[in-house]
Design a protein around this ligand. Structure first.
Ligand code: ATP
Ligand code: MG
Length: 433
């Protein structure tokens, strides 16, 4: 339905016949001159109609146009220094393909600001705005870069079930669903299944997946449906091998984002690409926090305030926007986490980016006896885990992995809230659209 996108129409095409299709962004009627700004995926182009030159049926079609209608225009390219980008279209035919009703639920030209709720309620129209659509173009680029990196590093893309029989990590934060005559749940992560893959010989797997978590959060970084790159690898020496992969993956994602110049220009953002990622011990994090007035008792996980403060300290004192916190207390990590230095610490890590956790991971227990002991220690019912434990009974190599939140990566790269970087966010209050 088109010969060119608007972005492809340059003064160099002067005199050439073209067909363009898109949405009516603006209409300006100056009496003898009528301007229509057409918007498509490539940007904007001005259509200039003149009384006495443009066919009458085109002129009257323009008079009847409503903003945001979908139109198709045939005409010729005219070089004109006064037009935006030095070029405009002289229309010969204008067809209204789909007429937009008015008033519009949202102002796509952004002359009137809308609050986030109104924007999300009319998301299809919100994404017509070039800056908002840039967020999702960038997101697509990052995901492709992630897939490319993982493929180049010998990872196999898999899919694990999202309907599960029991809690994967023992938490209570699951959405129950009715599964014929039984109760089932939506998966909070692929954890147990990706670990079982380590007993198959596939060795390196990943999944770009949805997490469902029934937590009653009301923050700018939590949703009840979140997306992550979840990976697991076997035959590792320890958690360091897993961190090496995560470090290179995250740097590849940020580097990719920084190369999306067109999107970043539209969004008016600049991205800093770090060369490496700092690694600090959990104990040293507590020390740093204490030196800055925040007393976090040993054995506790970082709360929102501590995460934020640590982000500031890391930037100021180490020049790092990205940092691993390593060797968390064993007690605050899930049952499958490998102990370290007796039972006090664990071979686990979190990855922070500008004061927000974007990933968690570590080495897992591969010894069946120890694993069963840890399940009992957490007062979980071993019967619920029989399908999983079976995979540890007949040859299981040492392994580890991580879950990297894509929504979190996006929000931190662009300094936005999580709801802005997800197409149709799901939170406690929002279930539609
Ligand atoms: P947090 O402590 O920030 O609530 P978590 O430790 O519960 O996160 P993990 O189970 O470690 O989350 O999940 C791995 C990653 O998935 C997180 O580091 C984060 O990037 C992402 N993630 C987890 N839960 C959510 C959520 N509710 N909304 C958005 N992203 C999430
Ligand atoms: Mg975590």
């Amino acid at each position: 339905m088109r010969s060119h996108y608007s972005g492809e129409i340059t003064p160099g095409l002067d005199g050439k016949s073209v067909t363009i299709s898109g949405w009516v962004h603006e209409i300006r009627d100056m009496g003898k001159l009528k301007f229509v700004i057409l918007r498509d995926r490539g940007g904007f182009i001005q259509i200039t109609a003149k009384k006495g030159v443009t066919p009458d049926e085109v002129l009257s079609a323009i008079d009847d146009l409503s903003k945001e209608s979908v139109i198709r225009v045939e005409g010729s390219v005219i070089r004109n220094d006064k037009a935006p980008k030095g070029v405009e279209i002289k229309p010969e035919k204008l067809e209204v393909i789909s007429k937009a009703a008015s008033p519009l639920p949202l102002d796509v030209t952004q002359k009137v600001d809308a609050d986030l709720d109104t924007r999300l309620n009319n998301r299809f129209m919100d994404i017509r705005k070039p800056d908002i659509s840039s967020i999702f173009r960038l997101r697509g680029e990052i995901l492709s870069a992630g897939r490319k990196f993982l493929k180049e590093n010998n990872f196999i893309e898999i899919h694990t079930p999202k309907i599960i029989a029991s809690a994967s990590e023992g938490g209570t934060e699951l959405f129950p669903i009715s599964y014929f005559d039984r109760e089932a749940f939506l998966a909070q992560s692929p954890q147990l299944y990706k670990q079982m893959m380590m007993a198959t010989g596939l060795d390196r797997v990943y999944e770009i997946t949805t997490y469902f978590r029934a937590e009653e959060h009301d923050t700018r970084r939590h949703l009840n449906e979140a997306t992550a790159i979840d990976m697991e690898m076997a035959f590792i020496k320890d958690d360091g091998d897993v961190m090496d992969v995560l470090e290179n993956l995250v740097l590849a994602l940020i580097k990719k984002a920084s190369s999306c110049e067109n999107e970043l220009d539209i969004l008016k953002k600049k991205i800093n690409v770090p060369e490496r990622i700092e690694r600090i011990e959990y104990d040293d994090v507590l020390k740093l926090l204490r030196e800055h007035g925040k007393k976090l008792p040993w054995g506790e996980d970082l709360d929102t305030e501590s995460e934020k403060l640590l982000g500031k300290i890391m930037l100021k004192e180490f020049g790092s926007e990205l940092y691993f916190i390593v060797h968390f207390p064993l007690a605050i990590k899930p049952f499958y986490t490998m102990p370290f230095k007796g039972e006090k610490y664990s071979r686990s890590f979190d990855l922070g980016y500008k004061g927000v956790e974007i990933a968690s991971g570590g080495q897992r227990i591969h010894d069946l006896e120890l694993l069963s002991k840890r399940i009992k220690h957490f007062n979980l019912n071993p019967d619920n885990f029989e399908f999983y434990l079976k995979a540890f009974r007949y040859g299981m190599p040492p392994h580890g992995g991580f879950g990297l939140g894509i929504d979190r990566v996006m929000m931190q790269i662009l300094d936005l809230s999580i709801r802005e970087v997800v197409l149709f966010p799901r939170d406690r209050h929002r279930l539609t659209p």
